[in-house]
Design a protein around this ligand. Sequence first.
Ligand code: GLU
Length: 475
Amino acid sequence: MVRVRLAPSPTGTLHIGTARTAVFNWLFARCSGGKFLLRIEDTDKERSKVEFTENILEGLQWLGLNWDEEPVLQSTRVEQHRQAIQQLLDAGLAYRCYASEDELTAMREAQMARKQAPRYDNRHRDLSAEQQAEFQAEGRLATVRFRIDDQRSIEWDDLVRGQMRWAGADLGGDMVIARRAPADQIGDPLYNLVVVCDDAAMDITHVIRGEDHIANTAKQLLLYEALGLKQPLFAHTPLILNQEGRKLSKRDGVTSVGDFRGMGYTADALANYMTLLGWSPPDGMGERFSLQQAAEVFGFERVNKAGARFDWDKLNWLNGQVLHELGSKELQNRLTPLWEEAGFAITGCTEDWCQQLCELIGPSLTLLADGVGQAKPFFVRPELQEDALKQLEVNGARDALAALLKILPEGPLTAEAAKPLLAQACEAAEVKKGVLMKSLRGALLGQLQGPDLIESWLLLHATGEDSARISRCLS
Ligand code: GLU
């Protein structure tokens, strides 16, 4: 049974990179009939916040990435982590290192001065009992370090990247697995150790995460071995790159799922887009699909090794597609809260009217938020723009509008009834139809560009706004 997990650290809001990792985990779980689990890695007490956990869970839910079991809180498992460290100490696979921060800094500076890569020089690996007693008598604190044999070669068959090999000598020396603490205690357990314990305890079969974790995987494989735990398989997904081809970072502005949501992107489009960030759909599938459709054909053989460049045009295109597929009723459900937020007086409008408005503006939306700006002239009387003012000066424009105003029906208006009215007004004012059409558009919408004129007019007639807007152009 496939069991995968997302292991976010609640030290910030849900990042697009984490969400993309979640998508790949979810797709793999769903395509293999397995389980998608969550583990909240909240052991960094200072930086972890409950609000961030809530934001992450809410963001995943919004994207449709449902998980299968109660999320595991890493902080509840510290005792097990300490036991694992004790096990490694007892087996002689880990030891206490008494080196102070100053000593380690001096060591690194000396290495850099010799143009060597900084690494721990394993100086306390084989301390005698006397040396240890001496350090303890000095009251020194100790970290716990896990022995890493420089001669080791660590290999695994990565589901995305194929055969991987990492030299033990390139892992930076013996690895700290517990923070500094008095020598008779075990300090706070650290990331690599903790992840291995938890993945094993949760029976994780496949670890799917960003390629920035490759060096951690090498270290973690050594820990699995040392702790006698079964190793999962690994899949390292490509990083998301910005327009310049560098790793997408906070400096790129919009990086959290909430930002995209706030900008008016739909969950469907964002999830669809994230799937395309690093995965190529099979031929014939196209690029617009649901998570469920992707899950039916997902596999690591179609996950790319190269980084995935963020492409706003594609995201926008997908978002437009999703909005156009929604249908006016659903679009109305989604736009109503935004309209309310914008202070539009929607309470006076009927359901039908709102739905008709959605039908009118729907096809030209890229972002949901565009539906606010595009709906605004139907709720709020717009200022007359320069092009509209100019149009009203055209010969016969005001006469035609005046003629139309005279024959506007009191009751409801239909498209069939509207067209002859236009013809009648043109005849009365002796102007070409085009003049009246343009002038009416200017009068109703304040400018010469916008959605279908007749449909716009019908909406504004229904609220009685057409006569008011035409009248103001005549004075
Ligand atoms: N908490 C780690 C992170 O957010 C988890 C990495 C992993 O998946 O092991 O980067």
